[in-house]
Design a protein around this ligand. Structure first.
Ligand SMILES: [Fe+2]
Ligand SMILES: [Fe+2]
Length: 376
């Protein structure tokens, strides 16, 4: 890694973060592959210091995780009937119409009637849940790597419980897609690029930053949003349980990195800032749902610029960062290097969340699992 500061093009592959042409030209060209290999070289660390509880906050998380396990197979109301088309309509009625705030005249969407919009809603659900599932597998793999690479016994113990959590998350999203929805989507190219970058990095703390802070921080916000919006009781319950775990996972990232970052040099912190920025951009790019438009026979390059102007969409997009920004602040990443990341988050339009509660503090309040006796 060079000690020279990299510019935006070096970090994300384009000069302008909002260059739609460049964003939409990144597509998944291996959509049919069944296995995806990522080569990664890193040290697997044994520790001979077995003293449990040296890191009291991680120990507390570990004890909590053991008590709040749930069973994806038996703790969810899988008997719930899901009529996907009815659900699309119900969600649209509850949350505002399909095209509210967009002027589609003169575009391919002008010809769309109710049938096409419902189909779009169905595809959109299939896509969203598919990407959640792929992201969960990313978390499974990354956390298994943390078990091997982190030097602290309390962190290895906790990460081991997270591996089980993530297996359960992949399982329930895959089951929901197979039993209740109507088709899978391959992983989005922006998301895959990010997961590849996270898993390739040899430094154990980068796995945490990419996965626990960025990907899971965004997931926690996205699940919360969907949990609030959906009118489907099974999905609502599923998301509530998953969020309860995710809050712990993000807290694990915050608590571990808070300690580790104290010993890093300014140049090393700057690299972490750049990585956080890259991850933020990749995740924002993936939410354009370009594969859904393509499957509906519409050129994403025609429609996406239009969607970018919808105010509700901008609000949703920025809300996705409502956990990431305060957590980065808590880790000191916003203001290091003369506020480099603060500047980037300002350009992304998400800096306003900096003083929202960070997950190192709030994870307890999100707890809701059957064994914990909590309400959904
Ligand atoms: Fe997860
Ligand atoms: Fe997670």
């Amino acid at each position: 890694m060079t000690d020279q500061m990299r510019d935006t093009a070096d970090i994300i592959g384009r000069d302008d973060i909002n260059d739609l042409e460049a964003i939409l030209s990144v597509v998944n060209t291996d959509a049919d592959e069944e296995l995806h290999a990522v080569h990664s070289v890193y040290d697997t660390i044994f520790t001979w210091d077995y003293e449990k509880g040296r890191r009291a906050k991680l120990d507390k998380l570990y004890e909590k995780a053991k008590k709040t396990q749930w069973n994806g197979q038996t703790d969810l109301p899988w008997e719930t009937e899901v009529d996907q088309e009815e659900l699309v309509v119900a969600n649209a009625v509850a949350n505002g119409g399909f095209t509210e705030g967009v002027d589609v005249s003169g575009t391919s969407l002008a010809k769309w009637g109710e049938k096409e919009w419902i189909q779009f809603g169905v595809e959109s659900q299939n896509w969203t849940l598919s990407q959640f599932m792929h992201g969960e597998q990313g978390a499974l793999v990354c956390t298994a790597k943390i078990v091997e690479s982190v030097p602290w016994i309390d962190a290895k113990y906790y990460a081991a419980t997270q591996v089980v959590d993530e297996a359960r998350h992949v399982e329930v999203f895959a089951k929901y897609l197979d039993d209740k929805l109507s088709g899978h989507y391959p992983i989005n190219a922006h998301l895959r690029m990010l997961l590849d970058d996270i898993i390739t990095d040899s430094r154990w703390d980068m796995t945490y930053l990419g996965m626990q802070i960025m990907v899971e921080g965004l997931a926690l916000a996205a699940f919360g949003f969907m949990h609030q919006m959906t009118t489907e009781p099974l999905l609502k319950q599923l998301l509530r349980y998953v969020m309860s775990d995710e809050a712990r996972h993000v807290a694990f990232g915050v608590l571990s990195l808070q300690e580790y970052y104290q010993q890093l040099s300014a140049a090393e912190i700057r690299e972490r800032q750049e990585f956080a920025f890259e991850a933020a951009v990749r995740m924002r790019d993936r939410f354009l749902q370009q594969e859904v438009w393509a499957r509906m026979g519409v050129d994403p390059k025609e429609i996406v610029p239009l969607l970018m102007q919808i105010e509700d969409r901008q609000v949703f997009q920025s809300l996705l960062f409502s956990k990431i920004v305060p957590n980065c602040k808590k880790l000191g990443l916003l203001d290091a290097a003369d506020g480099w990341l603060r500047q980037r988050f300002t350009e992304l339009g998400v800096i306003a969340f900096e003083d929202w509660s960070d997950t190192g503090e709030e994870y307890d309040s999100l707890q809701a699992t059957p064994s914990a006796d909590a309400v959904a």
